[in-house]
Design a protein around this ligand. Structure first.
Ligand code: PEP
Ligand code: MG
Length: 325
């Protein structure tokens, strides 16, 4: 089976009726670009840059950021690379120790909120990302955006970083594409406004599930409630896709949901044309894409939208998947 899946890396990620699906890779370290290329991905849909903070015990310098970003950009040889800005805090590297009285870290000072609080560190990272636009098709994406002002503030820091680089005569691509993650229900609700202010979206179901269902993604005691198959999550994913389509902006999905073959037909049927997956999952997902038609995916999505529980959704999707493979 492994050999069979390997064979797939050269084949197009395309449905039986010819719909091309963009298959991107999620990475945490520059070295993972190699596996992505072996698996035949079309680019990097999510580079979790906060993992740079794992390697040292101090805050990375601009040069350290840049060295990593240049490596990723160059390795991908002109394919798109979406660099997500720091997503620290809560489950990821509480580098800036949370206040002792922070009782709900997932609802606290994390991710883009933390970046906007430590603007110096944020600006330094943005400078490095901008510099890496000289080395490949680099794009920037903000995590956990929960309202419009937050996005505007992040964009302002980006504009500042651009201005500084310009003054210093450092070259970069001024037209860098700017995107945001859709991983808080408020962002889904406000999509019709966000479409005017970013170039692209990526749905982060890992967080969207926990914020929609009020289930801590890292708490074992409630793990059975934590599932992308919940009808509420599926409806939010659909709303986000429909709003992005209406606004003419591309949207992808980079949560673990997109790497699970169980959901592939559903996600295509809901309208996604781009998936960003952990590289190990790319062949399996591609195999499903290559074994189905858009018409069938749309039927699957329609049917799923009539179901009332995560259990029913999973049972149905399992049946459909087993018929396929
Ligand atoms: C997500 O929340 O779905 C996501 C892709 O980001 P992370 O898992 O890094 O929070
Ligand atoms: Mg997330």
């Amino acid at each position: 089976l492994a050999a069979k899946l390997d064979e797939l890396s050269d084949k197009a990620c395309e449905t039986l009726d010819g719909q091309r699906i963009q298959l991107l890779g999620n990475i945490e370290f520059p070295a993972e670009t190699k596996l992505c290329l072996q698996r035949g991905v079309d680019g990097i849909g999510l580079y979790r840059t906060e993992f740079l903070f794992l390697t040292g015990d101090s805050i990375p310098t601009e040069e350290q950021h840049y060295a990593a970003y240049r490596e990723v950009a160059a390795a991908m040889q002109g394919r798109p690379v979406v660099m997500r800005t720091l997503d620290l805090g809560a489950d990821k590297l509480p580098l800036f120790p949370a206040p002792d009285d922070e009782r709900n870290p997932f609802l606290g000072l994390r991710s883009i909120r933390l970046a906007l609080k430590h603007v110096d560190i944020f600006r330094l990272q943005l400078r490095a990302i901008l510099r890496a636009t000289n080395d490949g098709d680099v794009r920037v994406m903000f995590p956990l955006v929960s309202n419009l002002l937050e996005l505007r503030r992040a964009r302002m820091v980006l504009a500042d970083a651009m201005e500084d680089l310009e003054e210093e005569g450092v070259p970069f691509n001024r037209d860098i594409k700017v995107g945001m993650m859709v991983e808080v229900p408020s962002a889904v609700v406000m999509m019709e406004r966000f479409v005017d202010e970013v170039d692209f979206f990526s749905i982060g179901t890992n967080d969207l599930v926990q914020y929609t269902l009020a289930v801590d993604r890292s708490n074992k005691d409630v793990a059975s409630l934590y599932t992308s198959a919940d009808p509420a999550v599926i409806r939010l994913v659909k709303m986000a896709i429909d709003a992005a389509d209406a606004g003419g902006k591309p949207i992808s999905l980079c949560g673990q949901m997109s790497g699970a073959p169980l959901y592939t037909m559903l996600l295509l049927g809901l309208g996604l044309r781009s998936l960003s997956v952990t590289p190990a999952a790319a062949p399996e997902v591609k195999r499903v894409v290559r074994s189905t038609t858009m018409e069938h995916c749309q039927c699957v999505a329609e049917r799923v939208l009539t179901l009332e529980s995560a259990r029913d959704v999973k049972t149905y999707l399992r049946e459909e998947l087993s018929k396929l493979l």
